[in-house]
Design a protein around this ligand. Structure first.
Ligand code: CS2
Length: 452
C-alpha cells in the first residue's frame, strides 16, 4: 500500500490552504496522539476558516517514532472520529515537521526566537513539568533534559533578537496549568539567569487552559481500519471520539490563530471548566483504570459495563466531585456527568485502562486528592474515592513491570517499609509521600486502610 504524503494524496483531500506558503507560528512540545487529535485539529480548521501563518513545528522530546511517522508524510496524517454510527476521516495539514529535541536543540532555539513564532504549546504529561511532591521545581530532573532547558536557550536568543514575547500555553491535565508552568519556568530561569527570568515575566504570558478529547494510543488495528477507508498507508493516523473541547484563558502575549472561530472557548477564567474536567472526567477515568484492571477489565467501556463500577463512577462524579466545584454561569455539572457516562460507554474507542493507569502518582493529586480535601472541609465523606485510592495503592504494590510511574520504586519501598497497616499514613498523612494536597482525618485514613 502506498504511503500517505503530499504527493500521493489527491488535491481534493489536501487542506484548502497552501501549506507551503505558510510560516510556522506555533512550536509544540510533546507531539503525541493527543495533540494530533486536539490542538492540531483546531489549528488546521482555524487556518482553513480564517487563514494566518499558524503551521506547527512539533517537538518530540524523546521518542523517535513520531518523526518517523510524520516526516516522510510531509507532516500529513488522518484524524478518524469514531462513533457507533461509523468512522469519519479528515486529513490534517497543520503540522509542518517533527523535530527530535536531543538531536536538534539549536533548531528549537531558533524557532523559539523567530519573529514569526508567537505561541508555544505543551502536552508533555504531568511528569514533564518536573515537580517535586510539594509542587516546586525538582531541580535534579529539570536540569537534565527537560523542556526548561530548551525554553531557557530559546528565550535567551529571543530576548537578544529583540523579538516580542511569546504565549506559553500549557495543554496538560494539571490544575492551574498555565500558572504552574510560569512558576516552574521562572524558578528554573531565576537560578541561572535572573535577567532572563525578568524578561520572560515581563513579555511572555502563560494562559491556563482546559483540553478535552479522549484519544487512545493508536493500535495496528486502528491504522489498518484507516488504511482501508483511505486507500493509503498512514503511519501517523490517530483515532478519537467525536467530542472535543478546549477552553483557554484570554491572556495572549501576541497574535494567535482564530481558534474561537472553530469552537475554542476563550474565556476570562478557566478554573470552573478545568476543575470539573480534572475531578469528574479524569477522576472517574483513574478510578475506572485501577478498579477496572483489578476486576479483570481491559477497556474503559468494559469497566463501565460492570454494574458495581458504574455505580462507583456515578457516585464519584455526582456526589463526591461535583459538590466541590463552583460552576460557572451556564455550566451544568449534572448534564456534564451524563455526557461523560455516554462518552465512557463509547464501544468503538477501545480505550485501554492500562493507558490511564500510567503515572498515577502524578495524576491523583489534582484528580482525587483535591476533591478529598475540599469534601473533607465540607464535612462530606468520599467512599467512592477512598475505594479508588485503595485500588491505586494496591496497583503500585503490584508486579513492578506493570507499574509505569516515575515514582514506582519509591512507592514500592514505602509498601515494603510500612505494610498494609501503615501505608495510608505514609502516603497521605503529615509529611506523607504524596504531599499536602489532602490532609486526611484519622477516620479517613482508617477507612482507606480498611479497603486495602
Ligand atoms: C486520561 C486522559 O490517560 C489519562 O489519564 O484520563 O488522557 C483523558 O483521556 C483526557 O484527559 C480526556 O480529555
Amino acid at each position: 500500500m502506498r504511503r500517505l504524503s503530499a504527493a500521493t494524496l489527491g488535491p481534493a483531500a489536501l487542506p484548502s490552504y497552501d501549506r507551503n506558503a505558510k510560516a510556522i507560528g506555533i512550536l509544540h512540545f510533546g507531539l503525541g496522539a493527543f495533540t494530533r487529535a486536539h490542538q492540531a485539529w483546531y489549528t488546521d480548521r482555524a487556518m482553513e476558516t480564517a487563514g494566518g501563518d499558524w503551521m506547527i513545528a512539533g517537538v518530540s522530546l524523546r521518542s523517535t517514532s513520531v518523526g518517523a511517522q510524520l516526516n516522510p508524510q510531509n507532516g500529513l496524517y488522518t484524524l478518524a472520529e469514531q462513533a457507533s454510527e461509523g468512522m469519519s476521516l479528515r486529513i490534517i495539514g497543520s503540522i509542518a515537521q517533527v523535530i527530535l529535541a536531543p538531536e536538534e536543540p539549536d533548531r528549537i532555539a531558533a524557532l523559539l526566537a523567530a519573529p514569526t513564532t508567537h505561541v508555544v504549546t505543551f502536552t508533555i504529561t504531568e511528569k514533564g513539568y518536573c515537580r517535586d511532591s510539594q509542587g516546586g521545581l525538582d531541580r535534579a530532573i529539570a536540569d537534565d533534559s527537560s523542556i526548561y532547558r530548551y525554553l531557557g536557550q530559546g528565550l535567551a536568543l529571543r530576548r537578544e533578537a529583540g523579538a516580542t514575547g511569546l504565549t506559553l500555553l500549557s495543554c496538560d491535565n494539571l490544575a492551574d496549568n498555565g500558572r504552574q508552568l510560569e512558576r516552574l519556568l521562572l524558578a528554573y530561569l531565576n537560578a541561572r539567569d535572573p535577567a532572563l527570568a525578568a524578561w520572560t515575566q515581563a513579555h511572555c504570558t502563560f494562559p491556563n487552559s482546559m483540553v478535552d478529547r479522549i484519544v487512545p494510543a493508536t493500535t495496528q488495528e486502528g491504522r489498518q481500519s484507516v488504511e482501508n477507508e483511505l486507500g493509503l498507508r498512514d503511519e501517523g493516523a490517530v483515532l478519537t471520539e467525536p467530542f472535543s473541547q478546549w477552553v483557554i484563558e484570554d491572556r495572549f502575549a501576541g497574535p494567535r490563530p482564530a481558534w474561537e472561530q472553530v469552537g475554542v472557548q476563550i474565556v476570562a477564567d478557566v478554573t470552573p471548566f478545568e476543575t470539573a474536567k480534572l475531578r469528574m472526567l479524569n477522576g472517574a477515568h483513574s478510578a475506572l483504570a485501577y478498579c477496572g484492571l483489578q476486576a479483570g477489565h481491559t477497556f474503559v467501556h468494559e469497566a463501565m459495563g460492570d454494574p458495581a463500577l458504574r455505580v462507583l463512577v456515578e457516585q464519584l462524579m455526582r456526589q463526591e466531585a461535583a459538590p466541590t466545584i463552583e460552576a460557572a454561569a451556564g455550566q451544568d455539572l449534572d448534564a456534564y456527568a451524563d455526557a461523560l457516562v455516554q462518552r465512557f460507554d463509547n464501544p468503538t474507542l477501545n480505550h485501554r485502562l492500562m493507558q490511564i493507569a500510567m503515572d498515577g502518582s502524578q495524576k491523583i493529586p489534582q484528580r482525587w486528592l483535591a476533591t478529598l480535601e475540599a469534601a473533607g472541609q465540607q464535612g462530606r465523606p468520599c467512599p467512592a474515592l477512598l475505594t479508588a485510592l485503595a485500588a491505586w495503592l494496591r496497583h503500585v504494590q503490584g508486579e513492578a513491570r506493570l507499574v509505569e510511574d516515575p515514582r514506582a520504586p519509591e512507592l514500592a519501598d514505602a509498601w515494603r517499609t510500612h505494610g498494609r497497616e501503615g501505608i495510608a499514613r505514609a502516603m497521605f498523612g503529615e509529611n506523607g509521600l504524596m504531599g499536602s494536597v489532602w490532609q486526611p482525618s484519622d477516620a479517613a485514613l482508617e477507612s482507606l486502610t480498611a479497603r486495602l
